[in-house]
Design a protein around this ligand. Structure first.
Ligand code: PHE
Length: 327
């Protein structure tokens, strides 16, 4: 009988590797260890043995049974873990995991919208430095040292005598230094002013500067360009109001208001005017042959109007609950 058990073990070991899934394994278990299986029929023969032999045969039976059960359990857990890992296998036909790529900041959105609109009117987008010379921020813009107009454009000064530009009008100068008219440029960027922060003021904000210089550029061209912009950006019923104002670098100058239907009132969105002859002459552009218009609009201001934002600080706080509204 011990020999029969040994044969059973060898047969089982031989058959086990041929099994390739859990169902086959279960069938093998029934064949060997089931109630009417091979183990039961072999071990039934113990009744025929003498007392001495029974003892040895009993030990062999236990050993073989435990062994078979162990081999069976090992194989079973192997199949189960394979089943799980095959479930986890990558199905390349499934849609991938989507990671939101983020979206443009509302100020970036506004800058892109406005500059693209002026590009359609024939303006080229240009850039200028934020760290500027006093000359570009003041003198070249017809604001001499000690002139009271400096107050309105006061800024942060660096130890090396440079400063952070307080207006993008500096780019007008930088362009006219290099490029001779006719020219049409639009220049977005950051500006700095030592203003106390509140709902409508920040020490850093954005402007978009526009400049056109040509032989017969007139105030009508300025009005036409700005009205085209306003209607496209705020809607076709938009009305503008030009209010006389003073800027040292334009003459005549105006502040331009937009009529805000929701609130039934005029709101200032930009400063503008005809480029001052002193500015042109200093850059060796003959003011009798050429004329130019310029404007500078506050990006935060028009973004606040367009989207109904009530506090300028929300643009800079990086609160995703605010930013998500613009996705
Ligand atoms: N630079 C002016 C400001 O910051 C705006 C302006 C630009 C006015 C161009 C006239 C012409 O307020």
């Amino acid at each position: 009988m011990i020999g029969a058990l040994k044969k059973l073990e060898v047969d089982f070991r031989g058959e086990l590797p041929l099994v390739s899934n859990l169902d086959q394994l279960e069938a093998l278990k029934v064949k060997y260890l089931g109630r009417k299986g091979l183990f039961t029929s072999v071990s039934g023969r113990i009744a025929e043995l003498s007392k001495e032999e029974k003892k040895l045969a009993g030990q062999a039976m236990n050993r073989v049974k435990l062994l078979l059960e162990q081999l069976f359990a090992d194989r079973e857990s192997l199949f189960k873990s394979q089943a799980i890992s095959s479930e986890k296998k990558i199905d390349t036909t499934m849609p991938g995991t989507f990671y939101a790529p983020g979206s443009l900041h509302p100020l970036t959105r506004v800058i892109l919208d406005v500059t693209q609109l002026f590009e359609r009117l024939g303006f080229s987008v240009v850039d200028g430095p934020e760290v500027e010379t006093e000359y570009h921020n003041f003198e070249a813009l017809n604001i001499p040292p000690n002139h009271p107009a400096r107050d309105g454009f006061d800024t942060f000064y660096l130890e090396n005598g440079h400063l952070l530009r307080s207006q993008t009008s500096t780019v007008q100068i930088r362009i006219m230094e290099k490029v001779k008219p006719p020219l049409k440029i639009i220049a977005p960027g950051k500006v700095y002013r030592p203003d106390a922060t509140d709902a409508t003021h920040a020490f850093m904000f954005h402007q978009i500067e526009g400049l056109m210089v040509d032989k017969d550029t007139s105030f009508a061209d300025l009005k036409g360009a700005l009205l085209a912009f306003a209607k496209e950006f705020f809607g076709s019923k938009t009305r503008l109001r030009f209010r006389p104002h003073f800027f040292p670098f334009t003459e005549p100058s105006a502040e331009v208001d937009i009529f805000w239907e929701a609130q039934g009132q005029w709101l200032e969105i930009l400063g503008a005017g005809m480029v001052h002859p002193n500015v042109l002459s200093a850059l060796k552009i003959d003011p009798r042959a050429y004329a130019g218009f310029a404007f500078g609009m506050g990006v935060e201001r028009i973004a606040m109007l367009k989207y109904g934002v009530e506090d300028i600080r929300q643009f800079f706080e990086n609160d995703v609950r605010f930013l998500r509204q613009f996705e």
